[in-house]
Write a protein that binds this ligand. Structure first.
Ligand SMILES: NC(=O)c1ccc[n+]([C@@H]2O[C@H](COP(=O)([O-])OP(=O)(O)OC[C@H]3O[C@@H](n4cnc5c(N)ncnc54)[C@H](O)[C@@H]3O)[C@@H](O)[C@H]2O)c1
Ligand SMILES: [Zn+2]
Ligand SMILES: [Zn+2]
Length: 390
């Protein structure tokens, strides 16, 4: 089968590799119809997280079941399914509580696993024609309709991007009536902003420095904040002041909830050609209102193989702990527990209440992947979300 393979820093190739097949009686094999490229793939592409050459990339698959093992009970060939990024056993202590990204059985050397990701288990990626899915009864989320129908882009975002955006709003405890700021208007940030609006936030700010992404944030109903035009914290505080704070609430001139949808590769606003891994955390601490919450969905690796000069290689960051303490802020972190959200968000899509697929900007074949990775890495040509269609 054809697959997108990591070759070296900033080089992916399209190779013929052995077909994915059943390896256990609880497996399925899925023929992939759509498979998205994610900002997480770029951490590997940029040589920051140590992928081995030959790794099949991709963790955002949608497809049709082709084959099932002898023990699979609820999934049969021909079903249309989405496969959550963080695959899980479905029955361990964590999975039973819906905490599937911390599955205790999916990865022998740690907690939680994913397709096609360095350090997240032995699973091949999904930017390929076929995918082996372990524990198929748990991991195949059934979908209505036919491949290529009007929901193809909505459903492929259920594998990771929409659930992660929603998870970020859970980490930040977004409630009806809240004011929210989302740093980063890539796919995750845009869908976090969209999720905050779905949850009833009264004002959502979307911070980035790329025109196409700020425009998309505006189309989704958020207020775009361009960090090239000045300190985004000051811009949002000025906007809140103009909106008019009720008498007695002047001390709440920031926002109630902040979401980090950027992670460790954040641009340093003082030096635009550099990264500063604690830039967004520092901004969040200044912006969040007393007793507010911060949700961190952006990735922070424990080993950065190519840190910026003077920056951490091991994830130890200077954070304004005292500000968080004095404001009484809650901070939530981590990978999305797909199982808690996937079916709820699927039902929001099928009922017509959510259309996350409107953020997809590019469709391409597997053969186009090397060029698309290059464009996406440079955030070129308006590439926000690219979907490969094997
Ligand atoms: N927690 C999870 O389960 C999970 C799942 C998927 C992705 N992620 C992570 O979420 C992050 C975002 O993913 P994505 O696909 O949207 O990536 P992306 O690279 O497309 O988007 C990141 C955006 O952040 C913006 N940005 C950079 N520095 C900034 C700053 N200082 N202030 C505001 N914006 C800034 C960039 O311009 C870019 O538009 C990545 O770290 C990714 O690995 C986490
Ligand atoms: Zn992803
Ligand atoms: Zn488990």
């Amino acid at each position: 089968m054809k697959a997108v393979v990591y070759e070296d820093v900033r080089t992916v190739g399209v190779h013929d590799v052995a077909d994915a097949g059943l390896e256990a009686d609880s497996d399925a094999v899925v023929r992939v119809t759509s498979s998205a490229i994610c900002g997480t793939d770029l951490h590997m592409y940029d040589g920051r997280t140590g992928a081995d050459p030959g790794l099949v990339l991709g963790h955002e698959p949608l497809g049709v079941v082709e084959q099932v093992g002898a023990c699979v009970e609820t999934i049969t060939p021909g079903m249309r399914v989405v496969l959550p990024t963080h695959l899980y056993c479905g029955t361990c202590h964590m999975c039973a509580r819906g905490l599937s990204a911390a599955c205790l059985r999916a990865r022998p050397d740690g907690v939680g696993a994913a397709y096609g990701y360095a350090g997240m288990g032995p699973y091949r990626g999904a930017q390929a024609e076929l995918l082996r899915v372990p524990w198929a009864d748990a991991n195949c989320i059934r979908l209505p309709g036919e491949p290529g129908d009007a929901h193809e882009d909505d459903f492929v975002l259920l594998a990771d991007a929409f659930v992660t955006g929603w998870h970020a709003t859970t980490l930040a405890d977004v409630r009806a009536g809240d004011t929210v700021a989302v740093f980063g208007a890539g796919t995750i940030g845009l869908l976090a902003a969209y999720s905050a609006l779905l949850r009833g936030a009264r004002e959502v700010y979307s911070v980035d420095g790329i025109d196409a992404r700020l425009d998309k944030a505006g189309e989704l109903g958020a207020t775009p904040v361009d960090f090239r035009q000045g300190d985004p914290v000051d811009q949002i505080r000025e906007h809140r002041a103009r909106a008019g704070l009720p008498i007695g609430e002047e001390k709440l001139g920031g926002v109630d909830k902040v979401i980090d949808a950027v992670g460790f590769q954040a641009h340093d606003r003082a030096h635009p050609d550099r990264e500063r891994p604690n830039q967004v955390i520092a901004d969040a601490a200044r912006l969040v209102n007393p007793t507010g919450a911060v949700g961190i969905a952006g990735v922070y690796p424990e080993k950065d193989l190519n840190p910026q000069p003077g920056e951490t290689a091991d994830g130890w960051l200077t954070v304004p702990w005292a500000t968080f303490f004095n404001k009484g802020v809650s901070v939530g972190f981590g990978r999305t527990h797909d199982r808690r959200y996937t079916t709820h968000l699927r039902d929001l899509i099928t009922s017509g209440r959510a259309r996350p697929g409107t953020i997809v900007t590019h469709h391409a074949t597997l053969d186009d992947a090397p060029e698309l990775y290059r464009q996406f890495d440079k955030r070129e040509d308006g590439v926000i979300k690219a979907v490969l269609q094997p």
